[in-house]
Write a protein that binds this ligand. Sequence first.
Ligand code: HEC
Length: 166
Amino acid sequence: MWKRAAKYAALAGVLVFAGLQLAPSGERTNPPVIATHTLQASTDVPARVNGILRRSCMDCHSNETRWPWYSHLAPISWEMTSDVVRARKAMNISEWPTDRPARTIGILNAICAGVSSGRMPLPKYGMIHPEARLSEEDRKAICEWTSTEIRRQVGLRKKQLISQAN
Ligand code: HEC
């Protein structure tokens, strides 16, 4: 009796799971990477920082997302596609803004704040990808780089203001 109920429950579970797969899952896109538009093209990124960005950030914050097999399974797929869409909007390493220093400075500030507070990379990502978790030295290297880069961007912004004033 109970055995039969368990069988039906399992069958219902399988059907619900299969049904979920029919719902649209959002797009797993990787728009083309144009070498001249990347962060690395416009900025001097130290090798160590480059390695951290690639290991810990670029699955969400770039056009080079690795979409693993489970990214095709609802409901995980819904969450992953939505995370990547929101992450790319906030900061896309493949489409780094170069014409608006004020915006770039804002992003750089947010990078250091995000890694220092442990908000980035998202903790759930670190659970699946232990190699993406940041050490204290990683965080320090990131924030040293962002403050150097902010100083450079402030210089660019000043030049922009002066040329606008003339
Ligand atoms: C698993 C996906 C994922 C990974 C990995 C990830 N992020 Fe994010 N990140 C997001 C999402 C999603 C948002 C948008 C948050 C929102 O809309 O509230 C975001 C937002 C941001 C922002 C915008 C400001 C803010 O804090 O909301 C910055 C800056 C940022 N991330 C930096 C990083 C850096 C640096 C790394 C690597 C050390 C990283 N992220 C790794 C998903 C990710």
